[in-house]
Design a protein around this ligand. Structure first.
Ligand code: CA
Length: 218
């Protein structure tokens, strides 16, 4: 390819070094000076990419997740990892099943995206350990038991706005807001149920696009 001979800052993918982290819970800080093909193996593996999430092109290629830095084309190909963190508090969450991707989305709906990634994955991890991650009612009960839900009725309008912003990246329409407010005031809809409804929409799936699904990863 033209430019490779002279452009020393372009890291070629075909010279990628292969790294395997092994079966434990591992953490790895990316050295962007070399191209890396990294397999996290089993366990709960966290990759520290550095920079802002918006500094990277994030793509799926077969069974790999490819991060390419816009500034110089440096890349890393990832497999069998659970989280990629960035310095701007953003993170990528990789789920092995629909249930855990939903847990991540519903949690972000309630808490926003600025929370620490380990919070989501502690929940997912506990669900997996208990072999209950496909049991949605168990997931809901768990979230309810481990969350501090606003009980002050004065907080209702702001909370509805927050849940919409967190899940969909926009405020509710007047109709959506008044419908939710009416049900919550009557006690026929909880914040948890509203979060669940929002998190399951296609709109949430495309807005919360930092939750990725790789069903064959370990
Ligand atoms: Ca590992």
């Amino acid at each position: 390819m033209e430019g490779y001979d002279t452009a020393t800052n372009i890291v070629r993918a075909d010279r990628a070094q292969s790294i395997s982290l092994g079966g434990g819970d591992d953490s790895y800080t990316v050295d962007w000076g070399m191209a890396v093909r990294l397999d996290g193996g089993a366990g709960f593996d966290v990759i520290n990419a550095g920079g802002r999430m918006s500094d990277y092109n994030i793509a799926t290629e077969g069974q790999e997740l490819i991060l390419t830095r816009y500034s110089d084309g440096a890349m890393i190909a990832l497999k069998n990892i659970e989280t990629v963190t960035f310095q701007d508090n953003q993170a990528l969450y990789i789920s092995p099943d629909l249930a855990s991707s939903w847990v991540a989305r519903i949690w972000m709906t309630f808490r926003g995206q600025g929370m620490h990634p380990s919070r989501v994955w502690n929940i997912v991890h506990e669900l997996e350990l208990s072999n209950r991650s496909e049991d949605y009612q168990f997931v809901l009960d768990y979230l309810e038991a481990t969350s501090i839900w606003p009980g002050d009725s004065a907080a209702i309008p702001d909370t509805i706005n927050s849940l919409y912003s967190n899940a969909l990246g926009r405020l509710p329409t007047l109709e959506e807001h008044s419908a939710a407010l009416a049900k919550i005031s009557q006690g026929t809809l909880s914040y948890l149920q509203l979060s669940e409804q929002l998190a399951f929409t296609g709109e949430a799936a495309s807005y919360l696009n930092n939750v990725l699904l790789f069903p064959d990863w370990i």
